[in-house]
Ligand binder design. Structure first.
Ligand code: C5P
Length: 242
C-alpha cells in the first residue's frame, strides 16, 4: 500500500459514514463523537445537502475524509473531477471500476501538482446491492463474483490505490490485488448489532482477520443510544484483532 495510506493505528481503520440529510445533523454527530472517531465518509446525500464545506472543516480539524463520490464519466470529465477532489485534502475517493475511467483518474492524480495531495483512489467493483440477476439485467452475461474478480484485476492494472468490497469478498479480492492495495469494506456489524438493510455482513474482528485495511461502519455507531461507547467498542475489537 502507498505508505501515506497505511493506517497509523486502529482508530484510523474505522470509517464512520455521515449519512445524514442535513449539515446540522452531521455536525452534531461529529461533535458527539469527538476524539472517538478520526475518519469519516461523506457521500452524495450530505454533499447535495450543502455538506462540501464540512469536508474542508473536518480536514482542517485533523480528521481523515473518504469522499464517496462513485465517479463514472468520460475521461476528460473524470480527470477534471479528480483534479478538483485532489485539492480538498481528502484521503479517499471512489471511481466505478471501468478501465478507461480508472486510467483517466490515475493519470490525473499523477500530475506533478498533486504529488503531495495524499489522495487514494478506490475502485468500486460491483455494488454489493447487486446480485447475479441485477448484473445480468445491467447487460453483463456473467455472475457478479466473476465481474468483481475481473474488475479488481482491472483496478490493479490501472494503478488504483484500493478496492471497496463486501466483507465476504475480502479473501478473493486480496488474492487478486496482493498486499499493495487497500481493501475497504462496508457491511460491518458487531455481533450484538442489528443488520439493518445490510445482507452480507461480518463483525469488525472477522473483517480485520480476513484482511480488510479499513472498515466502514455506520448505524451501529450513529444510531446507538451512546455513539461514543459504540465507537470505542468497535475500536477495541479492531485493535484486538489486528
Ligand atoms: O450504516 P451502515 O454501516 O450500513 O453504513 C454503510 C455505509 O457504507 C453507507 O454509507 C453505505 O452507503 C456504504 N456502502 C455500503 N455498501 C456498499 C458500498 C457502500 O453499505 N457496497
Amino acid at each position: 500500500m502507498r505508505p501515506d495510506l497505511i493506517p497509523r493505528d486502529a482508530r484510523d481503520r474505522m470509517i464512520v459514514p455521515l449519512d445524514f440529510p442535513s449539515v446540522d445533523r452531521a455536525e452534531a454527530m461529529v461533535a458527539t463523537l469527538g476524539d472517538a472517531v478520526s475518519f469519516y465518509k461523506i457521500g452524495m446525500q450530505l454533499v447535495f445537502a450543502g455538506g462540501l464545506p464540512l469536508v474542508g472543516q473536518l480536514v482542517a480539524d485533523g480528521k481523515h475524509i473518504f469522499l464517496d463520490m462513485k465517479l463514472l464519466d468520460i475521461d476528460n470529465t473524470i480527470a477534471g473531477g479528480v483534479d478538483s477532489i485532489a485539492c480538498l485534502g481528502v484521503t479517499f475517493t471512489t471511481i466505478h471500476a471501468y478501465p478507461k475511467a480508472m486510467r483517466a483518474a490515475v493519470k490525473a492524480l499523477h500530475r506533478p501538482e498533486h504529488q503531495s495531495a495524499g489522495l487514494g483512489l478506490l475502485a468500486v467493483t460491483v455494488l454489493t446491492s447487486m446480485d447475479d440477476d441485477d448484473v445480468r439485467a445491467a447487460g453483463y452475461a456473467r455472475p457478479a463474483a466473476e465481474l468483481v474478480a475481473t474488475r479488481a484485476a482491472d483496478a490493479r492494472e490501472a494503478g488504483m490505490d484500493g478496492i471497496v468490497c463486501s466483507p465476504l469478498e475480502i479473501a478473493t479480492v486480496r488474492e487478486i490485488v496482493g498486499p499493495d492495495m487497500a481493501i475497504i469494506t462496508p457491511g460491518i456489524r458487531p455481533a450484538d448489532a442489528a443488520a439493518d438493510d445490510q445482507k452480507r455482513i461480518m463483525t469488525p474482528a472477522d473483517a480485520i482477520k480476513a484482511g480488510a485495511d479499513y472498515l466502514v461502519i455506520g448505524r451501529p455507531i450513529t444510531a446507538a443510544a451512546d455513539p461514543v461507547s459504540a465507537a470505542r467498542a468497535v475500536l477495541d475489537e479492531i485493535e484486538a484483532a489486528a
